[in-house]
Ligand binder design. Structure first.
Ligand SMILES: NCc1[nH]cc(CCC(=O)O)c1CC(=O)O
Length: 341
């Protein structure tokens, strides 16, 4: 955090306009970022503009958007480019690894717990005392639409069944209780924690011993801005978290190098095993969970360039051991997007 304001922050307008999607989670995240900005820039104001995007309205098209071109983000980015907004707050995991020209990832803030969690149907917990995936009988149905989650869970728990499950977090929690077929659902810890819904969590899915790796960027917030906007960049620098930034740079460069969009089954985990020493684990799994290529390495990381190289190196290692075959199969079998309506 800067002790003194840079000249860019000390002069000119004192308003930073904040764009976000309109979902309860996105709004909660925008409030978190605005609260952090207020503590470092108390004289500034941060009006929040919520927007319902195509991705929110049309979940079918969004699902087909394997390439990660960001149906959830382009309309907000148009407003950023048109100077109608100054920053956009995103779940980093929903941000494409390549941004439109002229826009940059201005900062990554302190990361929440990046793990996935299991939320079990209350009635079944009360009746059977189930707590974890290992407690569930064969054939239990887990709701999730994430290929990454399904593929990894199927690999570890081959007797589970999966059912498509979408909507915002509140909707998913409601559908879990209402749908007689479902035993449980998988949700990111971070989203539940940010909305004080973490009492619903039955189990944190661990990464050890062939466990579940989370999505690239999961649990972190990414703030997008114009590349030449010195004032905003200086403000964002003050709320940046260095560890989260370097770790997510490595994760995103791994994904970029594998040309994976948000629906491609790449799981990762980054941990600072000691200060300046980053351990990166990654897995690329086939859609049915029958094949997988795993990687793990620890390197000294203190700069963005090193983090970027680390991710690329891991990607090359995974490819040399067969990850490209899995990704090619996925791209071959990718359904054509539905016609526009
Ligand atoms: N794809 C939706 C999405 N984007 C970010 C989060 C959770 C918050 C985060 O990972 O930062 C979620 C919900 C979920 O996966 O449970």
């Amino acid at each position: 955090m800067a002790d003194e304001q840079t000249p860019a922050l000390a002069s000119g307008p004192t308003t930073i306009r904040v764009g976000t999607r309109n979902s309860p989670l996105a709004l909660a995240q925008a409030y978190i970022v605005v609260a952090a900005l207020r503590t470092v820039l108390p004289a500034y104001s941060f009006p929040i503009h919520g927007m319902t995007t195509t991705g929110d309205r049309d979940q079918l098209t969004a699902l087909y958007n394997f390439g990660g071109k960001g149906l959830w983000t382009t309309q907000l980015e148009d407003k950023l480019e048109a100077n109608e907004l100054d920053i956009i707050v995103h779940s980093l995991k929903d941000m494409p690894t390549t941004l439109p020209e002229g826009l940059v990832l201005g900062c990554v803030t302190k990361r929440e717990d990046p793990r996935d969690t299991l939320v079990l149907k209350k009635e079944l917990v009360d009746k059977h005392g189930w707590k974890t995936l290992a407690d569930l009988p064969a054939g239990s149905v887990i709701g999730t639409s994430s290929v990454r989650r399904i593929a990894q869970l199927a690999r570890r728990y081959p007797s589970l069944k999966f059912k498509d499950h979408r909507g915002n977090i509140q909707t998913r929690l409601r559908k879990l209780e209402e749908d007689p077929e479902l035993t449980g659902i998988i949700l990111a810890a971070a989203g539940l924690q940010r909305m004080q819904l973490d009492a619903h969590i039955s189990q944190f899915l661990e990464s050890d011993n062939g466990g579940i790796l989370h999505a690239v960027g999961q649990g972190a917030l990414g703030i997008e801005c114009r590349s030449g906007d010195d004032k905003v960049l200086a403000a964002l620098k003050m709320i940046e978290d260095k560890d989260a930034t370097l770790a997510t740079i490595a994760e995103r460069s791994l994904m970029r190098a594998l040309e994976g969009g948000c629906s491609v089954p790449i799981g990762v985990e980054t941990k600072w095993v000691e200060p300046g020493q980053l351990r990166l684990r990654a897995t690329v799994v086939s859609v049915q969970g029958t094949e997988g290529v795993d990687g793990e390495a620890t390197e000294p990381i203190t700069t963005a360039e090193q983090a970027d190289k680390f991710g690329e190196k891991m990607a090359a290692d995974l490819v040399s051991r067969g990850a490209n075959k899995i990704l090619d199969d996925i791209n071959k079998n990718k359904p054509a997007p539905p016609p526009p309506q």
